[in-house]
Design a protein around this ligand. Sequence first.
Ligand SMILES: Cc1ncc(COP(=O)(O)O)c(C=O)c1O
Length: 453
Amino acid sequence: MGLLTRLLKMTLVAVHMNFGHKHKSSSFKQQVIENFRNHVSSGKVAVFEKYGIDFVTGRRQGAYLWDIDGKKRLFNLHCNGGVFNLGHRNEELIGLLKDSLDELDIGNHHLISQSRAELARELAESMPSDLDYVVFGVGGGEAVDLAFKVARAYTGRSKIISARGGYHGHTGLALAAGDEKYRSPFGPSAPGFFQVAFGDLEMLSEIADADTAAIILETIPATLGVAIPSQNYLQSVRKICNDRDILLIMDEVQTGLGRTGKLWAFEHFDIVPDIVVLGKGLSGGIYPITATVLRRPLEAVFHDDPFIHVSTFGGAEIGCPVARRVLEISSAPEFLDHVNRLAGLFAGKIEGLRRKHPKFLVNLRQLGLMMGLELKDEICGPLLTKTAYDQDLLMIYANNDTRVCQFLPPLIMRLAEVDWVIERLDLALSAARRLRPVLGVKTRVEKIIHKFL
Ligand SMILES: Cc1ncc(COP(=O)(O)O)c(C=O)c1O
């Protein structure tokens, strides 16, 4: 057999083996998929078909999601980046939302509101220093946009610096602070945004000039592959900001609310930001709400016109009791102890897997339960995502560094569940290791074919 024929044959095997068996879907489920294909996103359906993933979310509870046909159950190790920190359909939070509905509604965002005031006070009390004011939003991107607006208005400067490969959302200004690939199809981007490599202090120092309003960083950039910064890095960034009157915005949308074993991840690094952005987990997975927390002097930007920034649904009143309870649960010392005990267990057991699969699993990136499995190369993240799915684990690779699979279990998972997750992960790693050489050939063939077509 000639080399090219052999390569093509292996490619066909890789394509047609569909990476595992599939159940036959019910006609009801097929209809859901067709509706989604025809009216929500044909592209997403095509991607999932390519990977042999035909999961449609049905029942969900705690750490688990069931397929709508009820035939497959997934353990959620992604948690939508923290939305489901407290599990799916947390019963206590659902109860609070139901109580809210007996009395409240969205509320009027122009008027003074008890629900918003109480949640804002509690958020302020949970933060160090004079991080005292809270502007509520609906989505994380909106909260990031507002952080930039405040930074520009307060400093009178225009430049915003972010980390290359970082991620802050897909709204206007947040998009401009993100990577080129997410904005290039959508026309001109907002001006004034600059990116430097995460961890590169020299370049940061070079471009952080007298026109720089703010530097924004995720405390641990998740989309960049759960890159854990050094203590020195974040402290030096804080110093650059202090020395040059630049505001430091920490995006804690994923890392906040106990994910790292402390309430706020920036606490690990002994820094105090000027603005903190919160999202995802604050919702309890039940009612969307985000927050931009400002140091007291920054609130002055709204003194001339307090209505210059509004958000109709931001901090909707029925969601506030849910968010308050999320904050209370997440800051309780025994809750954070539980997160740290889980983190210790995972550290030991994943190190065991690393020793067993040293050529595939290279390293565990970890701060508390903010974890990333660093793998051999760029093909491995998507591959492990698929083999993990076949082992009933929902785990997603980092889009801006596909060598890494994000590993974000629910913070409420039981210690007793760790062994089961590790057993499944072991099987997923073994399967991925077996498939990796075939996939490498497939990718190379695709590149050759692409070159000649
Ligand atoms: C770190 C970070 N910041 C901001 C956002 C944007 O949040 P949203 O999707 O709610 O707009 C995300 C979303 O994934 C995120 O991970």
